[in-house]
Design a protein around this ligand. Structure first.
Ligand code: ADP
Length: 490
């Protein structure tokens, strides 16, 4: 029982139920309003016709009623069936009083509906305007037209009326039939509403069923749009795009795990080999030393990989906060370029730099060093022998501009938008060349400093990275700028 109540409760919470209910409620209100409106219109038409008929009867009454010596009386041809009929119909609801409201003639109906009070009659006679109203005899309505009648210089108050029982009956039937039919129409409407809501929400259910089936092994699942171009198709497209992004990220992470394992395995294998050499084959102290040195080199490599991974997670979780101070960026760039001279020479790459004497700006020294080394190491790494790498630093009025350009392999246009993504490596890049993290760090460092970075690259020609950082306004920078100006002047 509790289960059934629970299921019912669950069903009433469903969007389908709520949509169908709103539809039925709206439909009911519309039907009631339409029914009320038709009844009101029908009543108006009927009353209009009755009023017109009464107007005619009033005219007929004036034709057949005349005041003679003994008072007013009906004058008609009693042998003419038509005239007899008209007069007898007039007499059914008829009242004639003198100017003081004293009844002179009246039909028995007036016993029930009551004669108008003398005051009322006097005021109607005074106004001279005809009056149309509905009077009731035990619920049975009578429409009465009353007003002033003058004959033979005598003023009377005359009222002719008509029972509206027949008309009320027609209205009653209309109302009854309409409201009897209403539940059936509403039932049909509910079934239709339920069906339409179900059909409209079907694609949603399909999205939810598909989403339930998705696991890490079938992230490339897509839902086929129905081609209707409506909101649900838009939802399906959004869902598919989201799945694409998820799949892409998942692929990157999967690739990253493979790369990390590969990166860690190579130095580990080397360390193992060197330790085995030390243990089993080395004989002289030089051989031991060489094996140890080689192993240490690989341990360094391992540490740098682990450091990179740690840094990445720290920057992503917001744990890495910049420690900004006034840094002479020109000096920093020169130091790093010096450090890269040996590896560049080793690859026969010509490395040159152009910097002002000083360029002081607010920056995190360590992160700025990392930014320059990552760009430089890429430039050297992806430039073949005989190529050139050039680093330029320029102090602009409001900004500092760092350009690292090379005559290396270049990056194909379709990869350029992705190179700053984590773990992204141009597919052809040799696996041992990196983890695809360097540029994501660069992007993070630039962003954290409030700067921007641009890439221009052409395959086979070279690549240029342009970093722009805000120069800030610091006393040290002002002094340095002044010193530079003095130098130029002297
Ligand atoms: P990696 O550790 O693989 O170098 P990065 O994030 O530093 O990772 O760079 C991402 C990718 O961008 C690299 O795989 C490489 O293909 C490309 N790339 C970066 N810098 C250069 C460059 N100066 N010349 C050519 N390709 C580059």
């Amino acid at each position: 029982m509790a289960g059934l109540t629970g299921n019912l409760w669950q069903a009433t919470r469903s969007l389908r139920f709520r949509l169908a209910l709103s539809y039925v409620l709206f439909f009911t209100i519309c039907m009631l309003v339409i029914g009320g409106f038709f009844r009101w219109t029908l009543q108006g038409i009927i009353q209009g016709e009755v009023d017109d008929a009464l107007e005619e009867e009033w005219g007929a009454a004036k034709g057949y009623l005349h005041v003679v010596a003994y008072g007013p009386d009906w004058f008609y041809d009693a042998y003419d069936p038509e005239e007899s009929f008209i007069v007898s119909r007039l007499q059914r609801v008829f009242l004639l009083t003198d100017a003081n409201g004293k009844p002179v003639m009246r039909s028995p109906v007036y016993d029930a509906i009551g004669v108008d009070s003398p005051d009322e009659i006097k005021s109607i006679l005074k106004s001279g305007r005809p009056l149309l109203r509905t009077r009731y005899d035990h619920g049975e309505p009578y429409r009465v037209r009353s007003g002033k009648w003058v004959d033979n210089n005598q003023v009377f108050y005359m009222a002719v009326g008509k029972s509206m029982a027949e008309d009320e009956h027609i209205l009653g039937r209309f109302t009854r039939d309409y409201f009897l039919m209403l539940p059936a129409v509403l039932l049909l409407g509910s079934v239709f509403g339920w069906y339409v809501a179900g059909r409209a929400l079907d694609p949603l259910n399909s999205v939810s069923r598909t989403a339930q089936r998705i696991t890490s092994s079938n992230l490339n699942t897509q839902i086929r749009p129905r081609g209707a171009g409506d909101e649900l198709d838009h939802l399906i497209e959004t869902f598919n795009a989201m799945m694409d992004r998820l799949n892409h990220s998942f692929e990157q992470i999967r690739q990253f795990s493979t790369d990390v394992s590969h990166e860690l395995r190579t130095p580990l294998t080397v360390i193992r080999g060197q330790l085995e050499v030390a243990l089993f084959t080395a004989k002289t102290p030089e051989q031991y030393r060489e094996a140890m040195e080689n192993a240490l080199e690989e341990v360094e490599r391992l540490s740098s990989i682990v450091r990179a991974l740690l840094l990445l997670s720290q920057s992503e979780t917001g744990q890495l906060v910049l420690q900004k101070t006034d840094v002479d960026l020109a000096e920093t760039v020169r130091d790093i370029v010096d450090q890269f001279q040996i590896p560049a020479e080793g690859q026969s790459v010509e490395l040159t730099s152009r910097t002002p004497d000083h360029c002081v700006a607010p920056a995190d020294r360590i992160q700025f060093e990392r930014l320059v080394s990552n760009l430089l190491s890429n430039a050297v790494k992806y430039t073949p022998a005989g190529g050139k790498v050039k680093v330029t630093l320029a102090a602009l009025p409001e900004q500092v501009k760092l350009v690292v350009e090379d005559t290396g392999s270049g990056i194909a246009a379709e990869h350029v938008p992705h190179i700053f993504e984590r773990f992204y490596r141009v597919p052809s890049a040799e696996p041992e060349k990196g983890l695809g993290l360097g540029l994501s760090f660069v992007a993070w460092i630039v962003k954290a400093h409030g700067g921007s970075i641009q890439v221009e690259s052409e395959v086979g020609v070279g690549t240029r990275f342009t970093v722009t950082l805000p120069a800030g306004e610091s006393p040290a920078r002002r002094l340095a700028a002044e010193a530079a100006e003095r130098e130029v002047a002297s």
